[in-house]
Design a protein around this ligand. Structure first.
Ligand code: GCU
Length: 128
């Protein structure tokens, strides 16, 4: 399929900052969301109507799952996606999930479910 990468540093951030201090990230940095429930990063992605694979690259240097809600166009796709520890902040992992897109622009929002906030978010990729 056709894969497009969307860097987190270009996304819309609610409660968080772009940083680059942990090596191995793609692009110019990653999003360090505030350690608070409800903080989010939202990407605008372009799609065609139908199924897609969403891939999320993240880092979590703690041993605690930073579970988050993933919504596409405002509708929850996964209410409590696990983002388990990756071993170090410089170790990045990916998780993939199926989503459905509309033709044209779509939003993908990852919202922290716990007071620990989101993991560090590097990018999402969309494959259709
Ligand atoms: C550390 C780390 C950050 C991370 C933060 C967190 O400060 O350097 O990159 O975002 O922990 O716990 O979320």
């Amino acid at each position: 399929g056709n894969t497009t990468r969307y860097e987190a540093e270009n996304a819309t951030i609610s409660q968080g900052v772009v940083e680059s201090n942990h090596a191995g990230h793609s692009g110019t940095g990653f999003v360090n969301g505030d350690n608070v429930a409800g903080s989010y990063t939202e990407w605008t992605v372009t799609g065609t109507a139908g199924p897609a694979t969403l891939r999320v690259r993240y880092g979590n240097g703690t041993t605690v799952n930073r579970a988050a809600a993933i919504a596409v166009n405002g509708t929850a796709v996964v209410a409590n996606q696990s983002f388990n520890g990756t071993g170090a902040w410089t170790t990045w992992a990916t998780t993939t999930l199926p989503v459905t897109l509309n033709a044209g622009t779509n939003t993908v929002r990852i919202t922290a479910n716990t007071a620990n906030g989101n993991p560090n978010l590097d990018y999402i990729e969309v494959t259709q």
